[in-house]
Design a protein around this ligand. Structure first.
Ligand SMILES: Cc1cc2nc3c(=O)[nH]c(=O)nc-3n(C[C@H](O)[C@H](O)[C@H](O)COP(=O)(O)OP(=O)(O)OC[C@H]3O[C@@H](n4cnc5c(N)ncnc54)[C@H](O)[C@@H]3O)c2cc1C
Length: 385
């Protein structure tokens, strides 16, 4: 048995960011991570300007070659007349967001953890949690070898793998009946920093720009019914591109190639409350969202920033009930609004009811002619709250 002030379970992007935000806190921090090697996850993340500020504050912001700034977002709806373009200039920020591959961000975080000398046990899968009086004991397996760590505060940043071991949590869940297909595509037109979001009755499809503004590389996120995704994954590249063109149109250019494709089932899951005795829950473990508005990681990062701030200001016992209650209170409004915003976007755009279709068209047209409305939407994308 070893001991630490704070034990973080999961060194994914949120757990790693929390450890980095706490590196000069004077508390001992340790991470247990189930994955033994480098992350190979195929998803791409759009980070908000607010996330950039948090990552910069702990020296974890990647250099310019690893991220692509989004300077404009083109929003449209299949079968409706409206469309709108949000711009960074209008919000007086350098970019509306930044695109980075999950695996690249994770590799950068892993480097920063090593440079900061933070202890990470890789290949250590947590499978037991036991709360004592002044401490919490967490059991894990490293291969066949069992181990345990005692801590004042346990932070679950494991994507939800251990939520069933936390007493008193309620999970709100919703299956959207949609799966996300992700992959890299190339178009014959330069992206010029433009991201494209196209809503369709089957689910939204997005193109996130990659590389320099003169290139036509994008990350595709295409959400639709699980059976349709299974078929799309099985198609030859040329047939896939033909289907994609029919679905997305040629407004961003002509699709010329597609790389490896992968899929992620989508659902909403929110854990309430996000704290229990000596336990705080952060990131995807606390809230797993539909990627339509690119809010998940950005919200998880704000979980980490709020928890770090409260831990740094805490008294001797970082796992005290007062610290945890303050954390739950700090996150309540942001989580509620983010979940509602994301969920209503899915509902509003995932139906082909004629009245709603006209309403959506009018909404997008209104967005285009009303700068304050457009700026309010852009602010949520840029800062999250
Ligand atoms: C297709 C798709 C697109 C997305 N796009 C965006 C976007 O554009 N912008 C955005 O903000 N968000 C986006 N998201 C959401 C984003 O991916 C998540 O919010 C983010 O990955 C959460 O990070 P996390 O560290 O909390 O959890 P995870 O990324 O799930 O990491 C959890 C970590 O815990 C480890 N772990 C699991 N079980 C155990 C265990 N028992 N013991 C120890 N370790 C364990 C895992 O190995 C992993 O490293 C998207 C999601 C999907 C599916």
């Amino acid at each position: 048995m070893t001991a630490t002030d704070i034990l973080i379970v999961g060194a994914g992007p949120v757990g790693a960011a929390l450890a980095l935000l706490l590196k000069d806190s004077g508390r001992t921090v340790r991470l247990l991570e189930a994955r033994a090697g480098a992350a190979t996850d195929g998803r791409t993340l759009a980070l908000s300007h607010g996330s950039r500020l948090i990552l910069e504050s702990c020296d974890a912001w990647p250099d310019a070659t690893a991220t692509t700034p989004i300077t404009h977002i083109h929003v449209s709806h299949k079968g409706a007349f409206g469309r709108s373009v949000l711009s960074a200039d209008e919000c007086e920020v350098p970019a509306l967001g930044y695109v980075i591959a999950y695996s690249t961000l994770q590799a950068i975080m892993d480097d920063r953890l090593a440079a900061a000398g933070i202890e990470v046990s890789r290949g250590a899968k947590v499978d037991d949690i036991a709360v004592g009086n002044a401490n919490i004991r967490t059991g894990y397996r490293l291969g066949e070898t069992p181990g345990s760590v005692e801590a004042r505060l346990l932070v679950l940043a494991d994507g939800g793998a251990n939520l069933n071991r936390v007493p008193g949590l309620t999970l709100t869940e919703r299956d959207y009946g949609q799966t996300a297909l992700v992959g890299q595509v190339e178009l014959d037109q330069p992206h010029q920093g433009m991201a494209w979001e196209r809503f369709t009755p089957d689910g939204p499809a997005a193109l996130l720009p990659k590389g320099s503004a003169r290139e036509g590389r994008y990350s595709l996120v295409w959400t639709t019914a699980p059976e349709a995704v299974a078929q799309l994954l099985a198609l030859e590249p040329s047939a896939f591109l033909e289907r994609l063109t029919r679905h997305f149109g040629e407004r961003a250019g002509r699709f010329i190639s597609v790389g490896k494709r992968a899929s992620f089932p989508l659902r909403l899951r929110v854990a309430t409350p996000r704290v229990a005795e000596r336990i705080a829950v952060v990131g995807a473990a606390a809230q797993t969202l539909h990627p339509v508005a690119g809010q998940g990681f950005n919200m998880g990062l704000r979980d980490a920033a709020d928890l770090a701030r409260l831990v740094i200001g805490a008294g001797e016992d970082v796992g005290a009930a007062t610290v945890l209650a303050a954390f739950a209170a700090a996150r309540a409004a942001d989580t509620r609004l983010g979940v509602r915003f994301t969920d209503s976007l899915v509902d509003l755009f995932s139906t082909d009811h004629p009245v709603l279709t006209v309403g959506r068209g009018l909404g997008l047209a209104a967005l285009d002619v009303l700068p304050p409305l457009r700026r309010a939407l852009a602010r949520r994308m840029v800062y999250g709250r």
